[in-house]
Design a protein around this ligand. Structure first.
Ligand code: NAP
Length: 336
């Protein structure tokens, strides 16, 4: 069976996922496209999916008889309504992060999916599908004993002018927030944010760098440096310290040269290159589960917990130095 997919939101990531499904992955085809800006949808149709229907409204795409599954790749504030409509239609739905822009919105999705009685939603937390994090998880689960601490960093060379302090949580740390829960099989109980000396490269509305300190239910302490004007490259670091040893996230594969009395390896500068392979794997996983009428991978519950945890981190930014508790409701059995 070829899964017939409709894509809502044909901007940067919607176009890229359309390309993936049309040209890279097996088992699915793009039959429908929709965007707030119809010209954007028509441009993607012309370039990548000439047989797809273009719908003015995402809701019409979701309701279309020949659409088996939906990709929600529109602006974050529009995700909740589309995901709820897909659940109401009983169609598997891949939703780019964030699942919703508020924890209450994410909770509405969890409630709707629980009422539907089966998993229908996968959230686009692609780091879980990255080969490096997959290797790290295997070692953490089997070789270094009980995890005690995590030291991590998320560094970008620069960010655009509209990137302001809370975006360091909602747009940047959100990936660490999800991947550490998965890596450690744990949840957060508190967050604290402290600000080191500010980089002269950061503009007035951005505190940069920042250090986020998270504590988990099992007592693991996590420190994450967020430094989005680091200048030198896009650099993701993660070290897990366990009772018997420690494990580091591998560096992306690259050529090392010896030249002019220097040993050097290039560092990426664009985040899009760093996790490009993981997007293929996450969508392949979506296609496999959606063909069975369900979803796997990062769930609505994970999207909801990420929203609660990131809200606490933003509060911790606002109340610098204070420890902000993170309390989660009981997890519905659907997500066990
Ligand atoms: P983008 O280039 O701005 O594309 C978003 C598209 O959605 C735009 O064409 C926009 O049209 C359209 N849109 C806005 N409101 C809509 C609506 N109500 N219905 C249908 N389409 C609508 O943004 P992007 O970079 O692709 O990001 C899209 C989402 O993916 C965001 O939530 C982002 O956080 C997420 N994302 C995730 C990752 C990841 O690493 N997992 C990476 C990139 C992006 P207009 O331009 O006319 O508003």
């Amino acid at each position: 069976m070829t899964l017939r997919i409709g894509v809502i939101g044909t901007g940067m990531i919607g176009r890229d996922h359309t390309r993936r499904i049309a040209q890279v992955l097996a088992g699915a085809e793009i039959v429908a496209l929709s965007d707030y800006n119809p010209a954007a949808a028509r441009a993607v149709q012309a370039d990548l999916a000439p047989d797809a229907m273009v719908y003015d409204k995402g809701e019409e795409l979701i309701a279309a008889d020949d659409v088996d599954a939906v990709l929600v790749c529109s602006t974050g504030s529009t995700h909740e309504a589309y995901v709820l409509a897909a659940i109401a239609a009983g169609k598997p739905c891949f939703c780019e992060k964030p699942l919703a822009t508020t924890a209450e919105g994410a909770k509405r999705i969890v409630d709707a999916e629980v009422a539907a009685g089966k998993r229908l939603v996968q959230v686009g937390f692609m780091r879980r599908y990255d080969a490096g994090y997959q290797m790290l998880k295997k070692v953490v689960d089997s070789q270094i004993g009980t995890p005690l601490m995590v030291h991590a960093a998320h560094r970008n060379p620069t960010v655009p002018e509209h990137y302001v302090t809370p975006m360091a949580i909602h747009d940047t740390l959100i990936h660490e927030i999800d991947v550490f829960r998965w890596l450690l099989d744990d949840d957060y109980v508190s967050a604290q944010v402290v600000f080191p000396r500010k980089s002269s490269h950061a503009h007035g509305k951005l505190a940069d760098p920042q250090i986020v300190l998270l504590e988990t239910a099992k007592g693991v302490r996590i420190d994450v440096e967020i430094f989005v004007n680091c200048r030198y490259g896009y650099d993701i670091q993660c070290q897990v310290v366990g009772e018997e040893g420690l494990a580091n996230l591998p560096e992306p594969m690259n050529i090392t040269t010896r030249k002019n009395a220097a040993l050097s390896t290039p560092i990426m500068t664009d985040w899009k290159d760093r996790f490009v392979d993981s997007y293929d794997v996450e969508l392949a996983d979506f296609i496999k589960a959606a063909a069975q009428g369900t979803a796997s991978g990062p769930s609505s519950w994970d999207g909801y917990v990420a929203a609660i945890s990131s809200d606490a981190c933003v509060e911790a930014q606002e109340k610098t130095g204070q420890i902000i508790p993170i309390t989660l409701p009981a997890r519905p059995a659907l997500y066990d």
